[in-house]
Design a protein around this ligand. Structure first.
Ligand code: IPE
Ligand code: IPE
Ligand code: MG
Length: 243
């Protein structure tokens, strides 16, 4: 494997909407799950590439709250792939110091998937390296409502004054608590929308859209996205001269 290129500055946190598995399969006259299987290989490759180049946080949108509406067989196939992936990657994650977390409604996942997920999360909880967040049964609006409910509960219980609610306090009620906001959002396969992904956390992210389908998104395509990011000027409301 080639050493990664030198890219400066690197995003600290990269979030990816891994889209296009179904179309990739269709273009090959194959069932959608064939595309999801190829997509898992891209996940492996990108996790490795991100770690090698020095990304500190990687968040992958793997299954949305809306994706439960897909045909039962596809949902079942995706859950089976997820379980296989976690079991197959556990040792590699441990070896490479990767710490896994789940953003989303873990309780809605099938029992045997949740059990494996909890096990990998527990066994990598002290890993010092890259944080890998899998967004599973994730929806940003549901995430924010959950945070609002918790904050309201604390206010109603008299533990918290409404005036004390600031951005940091709210952020700390989200699945991403303690992690920085994504600097770069990548979405593959041509769609230019957020699909209920990290609406709060992406406030100032750079957006990168590519036509490449997720199963074709590998090292070179990832490094290209990072290079485009490096060439952007982030101004955060200031003038170009100020930054
Ligand atoms: C992304 O690929 C994977 C998931 C949403 C689980 P899609 O399955 O959405 O692929 P397209 O968009 O139908 O091509
Ligand atoms: C977004 O992709 C969710 C994931 C990548 C897991 P979708 O393919 O479900 O998004 P829409 O429905 O086209 O917006
Ligand atoms: Mg899609």
């Amino acid at each position: 494997m080639t050493t990664p290129p030198v890219i400066q500055p690197l995003p600290v946190h990269v979030a990816i909407i891994m889209d296009g598995n179904g179309r990739w399969a269709k273009e090959r006259h194959q069932p959608r799950l064939f595309g999801h299987r190829a997509g898992v290989e891209s996940v492996r490759v990108i996790v490795e590439a991100a770690r090698e180049i020095g990304i500190r946080h990687l968040t992958l949108y793997a299954f949305s709250t809306e994706n439960w509406q897909r045909p039962g067989l596809e949902v079942k196939g995706l859950m089976a792939l997820l379980k296989t992936f976690l079991l197959a990657e556990l040792e590699t994650m441990k070896k490479n110091g990767i710490r896994l977390d789940c953003f989303g409604q873990k309780e809605r996942l099938p029992d045997e998937v949740r059990a494996v997920l909890e096990r990998v999360i527990a066994e990598t909880a002290n890993a010092p390296g890259m944080r890998l967040n899998l967004a599973l049964s994730y929806g940003s609006r549901a995430e924010m409502l959950r945070a609002v409910r918790e904050v309201s509960r604390r206010c109603a219980a008299g533990e918290l004054a409404p005036e004390a609610i600031d951005e940091e306090l709210f952020s700390n009620q989200l699945y991403s608590a303690g992690q920085p906001d994504p600097d770069l959002l990548i979405r593959t396969s041509g769609e230019q929308r957020l699909s209920n992904f990290l609406l709060w956390q992406l406030s100032y992210a750079e957006l990168y859209f590519t036509e490449t389908r997720w199963p074709d998104f590998r090292r070179a395509q990832f490094f290209e996205a990072l290079q485009v990011f490096a060439n952007r000027q982030r101004r955060f409301g200031k003038t170009g001269e100020q930054v």
